[in-house]
Design a protein around this ligand. Structure first.
Ligand code: SF4
Ligand code: SF4
Length: 281
């Protein structure tokens, strides 16, 4: 497929190459009534009105799914040059060339310029990074609504890779009120040791090696929470940490209110540095 320049992508949102084949949508378009009830917020000082749910396209290679989301009223699609080797942007460009330019917003990000190569050791395989910690079901609807209860949050960008995800998130476009059950689920989730770092920064000053613990936990979240070890590896490359700095610590002095075993998680995620990128694509 022909590539488009980033400038052109950002300006026009469409590619010059042939139209990608679209999967038939199994989600019906929003009715005028449904559209009328969509909750919009203003994005910072841009003046742009965006629905409270946007589309994280990172792991989706299905233009039909993006089309269905658009027809349901989602207007902001978040991608990045690095997603799917550049094909993610191209997919969106090919899709949106058919729609009025002022009817959608494409958010994209810059890709780091270098990859890091290495050799896997005999204890590490890419599959390992796909399976762990995926057993606990999570009430994502409750989590998104809770985030939106902060009126300073303009929109949420859940990653969606299939129509079930879309069906789950569409009702939030018009209803962000937490139900009693959702509140209970949030309270229950608070008690569990987390997979997701809250970014509270309470760890920052307690590591004598001044490790970027938040970022390392973010890489861990990409690998295990998003099942996207490639993204985790890119982040680890940016951090430029290769050998495990924790190995020289007899005891970890970091205390995390989310009960993260930081030392353990750092040792775990840094194994990715030695996995060649092509194994993770
Ligand atoms: S203390 Fe724990 S939750 Fe808070 S930023 Fe550090 S790792 Fe994340
Ligand atoms: S073991 Fe804990 S204190 Fe030591 S370097 Fe690692 S995170 Fe920092």
């Amino acid at each position: 497929m022909k590539r488009i320049s980033r400038r052109r992508f950002l300006k026009t949102g469409f590619a010059g190459a042939g139209m990608a084949a679209l999967s038939p949508s199994i989600v019906s378009a929003a009715s005028p009534d449904q559209r009328e009830n969509i909750i919009y917020r203003t994005l910072g000082r841009t003046g742009l009105k965006v629905p409270v749910v946007s589309f994280g396209v990172m792991r989706s290679d299905n233009a039909g799914l993006c089309k269905a989301a658009y027809e349901k009223g989602i207007t902001l699609f978040d991608t990045a040059y690095g997603y799917q080797g550049g094909n993610n942007e191209t997919m969106l460009g090919n899709l949106f060339k058919n729609y009025p330019r002022n009817s959608f917003i494409l958010a994209t990000k810059v890709k780091p310029t270098t990859d890091r190569e290495g050799r896997p050791n005999d204890q590490t395989s890419p599959e390992e990074f796909l399976d762990r910690e995926r057993t606990k079901p999570m009430n994502t609807t409750a989590a998104i609504k809770w985030v939106l209860s902060n009126s300073d949050v303009t929109t949420t960008i859940p990653g969606m890779t299939n129509f079930d995800h879309l069906e789950l998130n569409i009702p939030i476009l018009t209803d962000i009120k937490l139900t009693d059950q959702e509140k209970n689920d949030l309270v229950a989730a608070r008690e569990e040791a987390g997979l997701f770092c809250s970014g509270c920064r309470q760890c920052v000053s307690s590591c004598p090696h001044n490790l970027p613990i938040q970022d390392l936990m973010r890489a861990y979240m990409y690998a295990y929470g998003y099942s996207n070890p490639s993204m985790a590896k890119i982040l680890l490359g940016e951090l430029e940490i290769s050998d495990n700095p924790c190995s020289s610590c007899n005891a970890c002095t970091v205390r995390c209110p989310s009960n993260f075993h930081v030392k353990e998680k750092i040792a775990d995620i840094l194994r990715l540095v030695k996995v060649p990128s092509e194994f993770l694509a």
